[in-house]
Design a protein around this ligand. Structure first.
Ligand SMILES: [Zn+2]
Length: 85
C-alpha cells in the first residue's frame, strides 16, 4: 500500500482564467510523477489541458533578451554626445 508518492497532486490556481473557455478559478495545476514527472494545468469546466512553458525554454528566452538589451544599450552609449566646455 504505497501509492501516496505516485498520486497526482492537484491544486487550484486562484485568479487564473482558462485559456480556452475563460472560466475563472476553474483551472488547476496537476503534478504527476508517473509514468514520468510532468506538470500541466487543466480546466475543470471544459477539460482543457495545457502544459506550462518549459522552465528551460523560459530561461533561454530571457538570456536572449538580456543579450538583445545589452546590445541595444551598447549602441546607445556609443552614440552619446558629449558637450565640450
Ligand atoms: Zn476551460
Amino acid at each position: 500500500m504505497r501509492y501516496q508518492s505516485s498520486t497526482p497532486k492537484r491544486r487550484f490556481l486562484a485568479g487564473v482564467r482558462c485559456p480556452k473557455c475563460q472560466a475563472l478559478d476553474a483551472v488547476r495545476q496537476v503534478n504527476i510523477v508517473t509514468p514520468e514527472p510532468d506538470e500541466y494545468i487543466e480546466c475543470t469546466q471544459c477539460g482543457h489541458t495545457e502544459h506550462r512553458p518549459d522552465p528551460d525554454a523560459i530561461s533561454a528566452k530571457n538570456q536572449l533578451e538580456d543579450q538583445l538589451s545589452r546590445d541595444a544599450m551598447s549602441t546607445g552609449t556609443s552614440g552619446t554626445v558629449k558637450f565640450k566646455p
